[in-house]
Design a protein around this ligand. Structure first.
Ligand code: SF4
Length: 393
């Protein structure tokens, strides 16, 4: 409530009063009853960042990559109810069979970071880069094109489609380095969007100097750089960020170390570079989960990621002390829009034969976006062999 809904984000109609006024217990019971009535006809997927009242109804819990995989593994279900944000439901739609309905319980559950890379701005940036670099499609004497576009999974289907059409690739927070290596084998530079922090942290770990990572601000001519800077660039970073992970600071890391000697600090690579540098480790949500669960000695962990996940990790691992680096806890406000009332509403709709809030990606966008996703899988992400994935046509 009260947070800004990005321009262009889908709007959700008002939830019927019976769901708005139902108690938490009643909604819990109605969700259970609807799921029981639907049986194998539906699978409910829940992102790590969802609140507990939603997660308890999920058949699968994971990050966006794992949940996309879970969608693939259920080709027999009529509906996939995706308790996450809009770009995740779009990806599930592109990976599922055409007759399966992917449902986002609240259409206003977007991702503020994904919304920062608008397709019109990206097309405009590409045209400006073509004026600097010349022919974008023809490789030079070394077999390299001027720029390979790379997009984080946290982007719209339109951006994934753009990337697919221009010889580019998708990455996740688990495989960003592998994907950048793939891109540098094909291009002189990378245009990375939407998350500047994941791009910067990954490129820095690969030894690329900060001076060769100019930021592209879509509101400025040439993104705010000179032609010389763009010529020298290795990674052009789109001006995007995650409002949740941007909150973490080096002061919080220092305070955790002062108050908890021996603390192990792990942060997500969407955090700013100085925070990643100050931490002991950085990695995806699944990396953080495995790091905590895989530690046998009782340990104190200070974690820099979304608070719902941190609280769940703390509850599931009572042998450790696990706390969020940010003392003023801040959930992902867009994930939080998946209230149990919306989940009950879409599930009871399915029981009544009505598909509510279906997410459907147009074929002309989905086809090139799938190409970009397939390139990522062929680049062999470290946590899932490519053979785990097959694309529905
Ligand atoms: S945590 Fe950040 S990147 Fe993830 S869904 Fe929320 S706003 Fe988007």
């Amino acid at each position: 409530m009260g947070d800004v809904i990005p321009t262009g984000a889908p709007r959700q109609g008002e939830l019927p009063v019976e769901y708005r006024e139902a108690s938490a217990d009643e909604l819990d019971e109605r969700i259970r009853a609807a799921k029981a009535a639907l049986g194998d006809r539906v699978v409910v997927l829940g992102h790590f960042y969802q609140r507990e009242e939603v997660i308890r109804h999920a058949d699968y819990v994971g990050d966006s990559y794992q949940l996309a995989n879970a969608a693939l593994e259920h080709p027999q279900t009529e509906a996939i109810v995706f308790c996450g944000v809009h770009f995740m439901a779009e990806t599930a739609d592109m990976l599922s069979r055409p007759e399966q309905a992917v449902i986002l319980p609240n259409l206003a559950a977007g991702c503020s970071m994904a919304d920062m890379a608008d397709i019109d701005q990206v097309e405009e940036a590409w045209e400006q880069l073509a004026e600097v670099y010349g022919d974008m499609d023809t490789p030079d004497a070394d077999g390299l094109v001027p720029v390979i576009p790379v997009t984080y999974m946290n982007s719209s289907a339109a951006i994934k489609g753009f990337v697919g059409r221009h010889g580019g690739i998708v990455c996740t927070s688990s495989n960003a380095r592998t994907v950048l290596e793939w891109a540098f084998a094909r291009g002189r530079r990378v245009l990375f969007f939407p998350d500047q922090h994941l791009g910067r942290n990954t490129a820095k770990a690969m030894g690329i100097p900060l001076e060769q990572m100019p930021m592209w601000n879509p509101r400025k001519p040439l993104g705010g750089s000179t032609e010389g800077e763009l010529d020298d660039a290795r990674v052009i970073l789109w001006h995007g960020f995650c409002s949740v992970h941007r909150r973490f600071t080096v002061d919080q890391v220092d305070q955790a170390r002062a108050e908890h000697p021996g603390v192990r600090v792990i942060v997500h690579p969407e955090c700013p570079m100085d925070v990643v540098d100050a931490a002991d480790e950085s990695g995806s949500t699944d990396y953080i989960r495995r790091a905590i669960e895989g530690t046998t000695e009782p340990t104190t962990f200070a974690i820099g990621t979304e608070v719902n996940l941190v609280q769940r990790l703390a509850a599931d691992n009572p042998q450790h002390t696990v706390f969020c680096l940010d003392p003023v806890v801040c959930p992902c406000s867009t994930m939080y829009r998946i209230h149990p009332g919306y989940l009950a509403w879409v599930l009871e709709g399915l029981v009544d034969g009505e598909v509510r809030n279906r997410i459907a990606v147009a074929q002309d966008v989905a086809d090139p976006a799938r190409v970009a996703l397939e390139r990522m899988l062929a680049a062999k992400p470290p946590e899932a062999p490519a053979s785990d994935w097959q694309f529905a046509s």
